[in-house]
Each structure stands twice: as C-alpha cells, then as structure tokens.
Ligand binder design. Structure first.
Ligand code: ZN
Length: 358
C-alpha cells in the first residue's frame, strides 16, 4: 500500500470524537479507573487487547513484520490536577498540585473530587480572597496552591460534614476540560496535553486494524498514567530498543512550533534526543511532505526522556502537534493533529527510508 493512500483514510470525525471522549474522561495523575475503561472500550472496537504492568501503564502490543526489533510508541493518559491535602474547619479543601499547574488559569474553574469509594463530588477552585466586593487583596493575593481552596457543591459548612461525604486527604482532583472545536479547525480544551496524542495513537491503531497492517517492528503502544510528575515511561519492557513519545509541541517565544504542524523535539530539559532516530523522523517528514518543524523544549520532559533517564537501554525520540498556552486552557489545530498521525504512521511503517511503498 502507498503511504499517501493511507494518509487519505485519516478520518477527522473518528479522531476528534475519540479526542473529545478522552478529554472528558478524568485521569488526573495516578487516577486510572475511568480512563482505562475507555481505553478498553476502544481496544474492543478494533480487536486489540489491553495489558497492564504493575505501575498501571497500559499497553497494546502488535507483532511487527520484522520480529527481531521491538519499539515503544507512547502517549500519556494522565493530566495535571490536584490532590486533597487537608479539610479546613469550614469544610473547604486545601490542595497541592499534581504536575505543573498554573493556578492563575484554574481559578474559578469547576473541579471534581474523586474519593476512594467511587463517589465524585463537584466543586469550584477559588482563591481564599475570592471576591472583589469582600477582600481588599482579591486581585493582589498570590495564586498558588497555598492560597487556593476547593468549595464543594454540597451543603457542608464544617470539616465533619465534609468528612461525612467520604472526602479524605489523598483524594484526587480533576479539572473541567471545556472541550470546544471551531469551524476554522481549532481545538480548545484543557488536557490537549496529552489526550490529543492518545487520540492520534487511537487513529493510528484504527488505520492499522482496518487495513490489516503490521508495523515494521514489534510495537508496544504505551499509555502511562504518571508522566506529569516525571514518572511516565520510566519502566519499559526489556526487549524495547526505541521509545518514541508523542507529547505536545510548544508554541510562542523562541519556539519553532505551530499549531498546524507536528514538532520534532531534538532536545528537552533532560537530554538531546537520539541523533539518528530524530534525523530519521525529520527525513520521514520531508519524504512524505508532512508539515513539521524541528525544535527544542528546555522546560519540558517526556515519557521518552524519562525512559532514557531511568537507564533503559534504548534510543529516545519525541514528536507532537503544536499546542498554545500549555498547562492552561490549551489550543491546537486539527492540521497539527493530522500531521502528527502522519508522522507516527510513517515511523511505524516505513523504517527503510528507501521507497514510498511499504
Ligand atoms: Zn504531556
């Protein structure tokens, strides 16, 4: 089959549909029950099996044409969010961040407190000086975890009443994503990092299944649940010799990224990515006329650099669609998403760099 024919089968409705479902399913760092259920629903539809390691990283494994090589292609399921630190005397919740939360961007947002026994309570994240009519420092008070609180949407006025709901320290808190698409092709939502790339891998897996295609090498599609705290990808199945992480590209300042393109990350905070593999990705983008840029992300790490840092014997690489306002209310464009699907397909299917056939 010709790569261009395969690219023409990328289906916007399916891809954006899964992205919306993924984004609307809470999966703050370490909270996997709901998102694993959705992953299994996807896998069932296309005849795949989901496997888990003891860290609750999920895998879909495919045999390759050449079974002497094994690679990992990963996108993390987890999102930034919060964990309940304590319950205040007035019944409000004090929190700590999980991952790089910018509290300026979540003030006033609806949040969901996931308790140990399957109850989820909605609430609102507020600054302690929450009203300009009441507090002199409503505008100037710092916006960081120590100055914020969650007010539950329940009739609770005391610590005891909140505890009676089953809420406890250690409960995990997810944030309302507010997924929106526009006629001009933009996608606006929290957690485009990294659900947009999980959706990319779903589209890749759907296309492989529909066309009965094997990847060039044995491939683990890996979905960690703790990337945002630097732990995703640290464990890698022993037989893997490459880790391609799909994670967001950065936009603005000195970044080369663009919401309509796929960024190929040449280096991040941890390490330069593998020279040969990164060059191969660049050459694949040229060969198949995929809108791509080379860039470095110095306030950033990925599942692949985490895998490399954890002394796994593998070559790391990282690609992903350009994403504006990262770790806030984020934005990307469907063209950047499609370009990421194309580059992931090219990487999985064409390791020859010789011809347009595979
Ligand atoms: Zn990410």
């Amino acid at each position: 089959m010709n790569m261009t024919d395969l690219f023409s089968q990328i289906k916007e409705e399916r891809l954006i549909g899964w992205m919306e479902k993924l984004i609307n399913t809470p999966s703050v760092v370490g909270y996997y029950p709901e998102i694993h259920h959705l992953l299994e629903e996807f896998a069932d539809e296309y005849g795949y099996e989901v496997l888990y390691d003891n860290r609750h990283t999920a895998y879909i494994y495919l045999n390759g044409k050449d079974e002497t090589n094994t690679v990992v292609v990963g996108a993390h399921l987890d999102t930034i969010g919060m964990v309940v630190r304590s319950i205040a005397e007035n019944g409000w919740l004090n929190v700590r961040n999980l991952g790089g939360v910018n509290f300026h961007s979540v003030e006033g947002e609806n949040v969901y407190v996931h308790t140990r026994h399957n109850e989820t309570y909605s609430g609102m994240l507020i600054n302690q000086s929450h009203s300009v009519h009441v507090f002199d420092d409503a505008r100037s008070r710092e916006r960081d975890f120590a100055e914020m609180a969650i007010v539950l949407d329940e009739d609770v006025r005391t610590k005891e009443q909140t505890e009676a709901l089953g809420v406890r320290p250690g409960d995990l808190v997810s944030v309302e994503p507010r997924f929106v698409t526009t006629d001009s092709g933009y996608i606006k939502s929290r957690h485009i990092d990294d659900k947009a790339n999980v959706a990319v891998l779903f589209e890749v897996l759907a296309l492989l299944a529909k066309n009965n295609l094997k990847p060039a090498y044995n491939t683990y599609f890996a979905f960690p649940i703790n990337e945002e705290i630097g732990m995703g990808g640290r464990f890698v199945p022993a037989d893997a010799n490459e880790y391609l992480a799909l994670d967001i590209g950065l936009v603005g300042g000195q970044q080369s990224g663009d919401e309509k393109k796929v960024s190929i990350c040449a280096a991040d905070r941890v390490t330069p990515y593998d020279w040969g593999l990164t060059t191969e990705l660049f050459d694949l983008a040229e060969k198949y006329e995929i809108g791509a840029v080379m860039d470095i992300f110095y306030r950033y790490s990925s599942d692949a650099s985490a895998a490399y840092q954890a002394d796994n014997n593998l070559a790391p690489a990282c690609i992903g669609m350009g994403c504006m306002t990262s770790h806030g209310y984020e934005r990307t464009h469907k063209d950047g998403v499609f370009n990421t699907v194309k580059l992931a397909l090219a990487y999985l299917l064409d390791r020859s760099m010789q011809s347009k056939e595979f």
